[in-house]
Design a protein around this ligand. Structure first.
Ligand SMILES: Cc1ncc(COP(=O)(O)O)c(C=O)c1O
Length: 373
């Protein structure tokens, strides 16, 4: 599979494929906060450019202390990474040749990292009839001999949040069977009252929670994620295996200040509360789409018109509307096709929730495509 098609946000690949100008793309494929990088961070980076002149502290003690204070846990429970992605690969390195259960559809990097470590992968398919939500039946799939299970809540790409009681029952069963449990909460910050598994780590030492700051704080290019676990022996092992300084000094600085930016957090929740409803309802008003209720800043849907490649239709002005100059000159919405997710096909899509005008433009474009018979 080519590198670009695996993720949203690969605008370059799309402009090459469609012969468009990069500035012509309105990117709905990467789930990044449209409020952009917080001003507090921009200012701090400009004021502190000189931090690049020194090696970062290889233990990232200040960063870890801040994250630990935020989550009311010891700093020894925290490992920061160059995005949550780096930590997924770190975890996979602990699982060489082991048997791991993956829920499908799910974030593609688990599979890639685990395959590189020659893990034996088992699949737990989430069904459309169940709205792609795991339920009590998942407990039965957690059996002796399994070494690890990866969960994601809210799940990417389906946007479904796992039920808290079920997650605790899974953690309990994993504890009894000595199964390592990875819970990816990369999008949890978007849910103001989101209940994190981090609050239960004291009880469940085999649980590893992944968090990302790249989406909520719009810093995917800066890269910052972290992992929390009370298994301090495993955390030391993971820390000892890594090359030093994989986080640059600006990313570390970002983690030290961003969690204090209450204004940005509140503004994000206000924007999302409004636009999540408006865009979901707007999509639901199109009878050609089946739309799942989102929990975070992206919406998952199925196109019910057989054979229609919606991503292509939106990108291609000639398909989108009979090639009038006015339409050809406008930006083109790029949505995420979910065709390459195991368990899904080319009928499924995911769109980021953006600012009001952009969301309205997407709805107009979709309406225009569906109005062409
Ligand atoms: C569910 C999930 N986990 C982890 C990541 C990785 O995030 P990061 O940018 O922090 O590496 C992503 C990125 O898309 C994701 O969707």
């Amino acid at each position: 599979m080519d590198e670009g098609g695996q993720h949203g946000g690969n605008v370059r690949e799309m402009v090459q494929r469609w012969g468009l100008d990069e500035s012509a793309i309105l990117d709905f494929s990467a789930n990044i906060n449209p409020l952009g990088m917080p001003t507090s961070l921009k200012q701090e980076i400009v004021n502190r450019l000189d931090v690049a002149e020194c090696y970062p502290d290889p233990g990232y003690q200040r960063l870890r202390a801040r994250l630990a204070a935020y989550h009311h846990c010891p700093a020894s429970w925290i490992l920061a990474g160059n995005g949550a992605t780096e930590l997924i690969f770190d975890l996979a390195s602990l699982l060489r040749h082991k048997t791991v259960l993956l829920l499908t559809p799910g974030f593609g990097e688990y599979r890639r990292a685990l395959q590189l470590m020659h893990c034996r992968l088992e699949e737990y398919p989430l069904a459309e009839e169940d709205d792609f939500r795991p339920d009590q039946r998942l407990l039965a799939a957690l059996r002796p001999g399994l070494d690890c299970v990866f969960l994601c809540s809210p799940n990417n790409p389906t946007g479904q949040l796992m039920e808290g009681a079920l997650l605790l029952a899974i953690a309990q069963r994993c504890q009894e069977l000595s199964i390592m449990l990875v819970v990816d909460e990369a999008f949890m910050d978007f849910i103001p009252d989101g209940i994190s598994m981090i609050d239960h780590l004291q009880r469940f030492s085999q649980v590893f929670v992944l968090r990302s700051l790249t989406k909520f704080y719009a810093i995917p290019g800066l890269r910052l994620g972290y992992m929390v676990s009370s298994d301090t022996a495993a955390m030391i092992q993971l820390r000892n295996r890594r090359p030093p300084w994989t986080l640059n000094a600006f990313a570390a600085l970002a983690g030290e200040i961003l969690l204090d930016d209450r204004d940005y957090q509140q503004a994000t929740w206000r924007w999302l509360k409004q636009e999540q409803t408006i865009l979901t309802e707007g999509l639901r008003a199109l009878p050609q789409l089946k739309v799942w209720q989102p929990a975070a800043n992206y919406i998952f849907f199925r196109c019910l018109r057989p054979g229609l490649d919606l991503q292509a239709a939106l990108l291609n002005p000639i398909i989108a509307d009979v090639g009038t100059q006015a339409v050809a000159n406008q930006t083109r919405p790029l949505i995420r096709s979910c065709a390459n997710y195991p368990g899904l096909n080319g009928d499924f899509y995911r769109v980021a929730i953006k600012g009001h005008e952009d969301n309205q433009r997407l709805l107009r474009e979709l309406g225009r495509i569906f109005s062409h018979g």
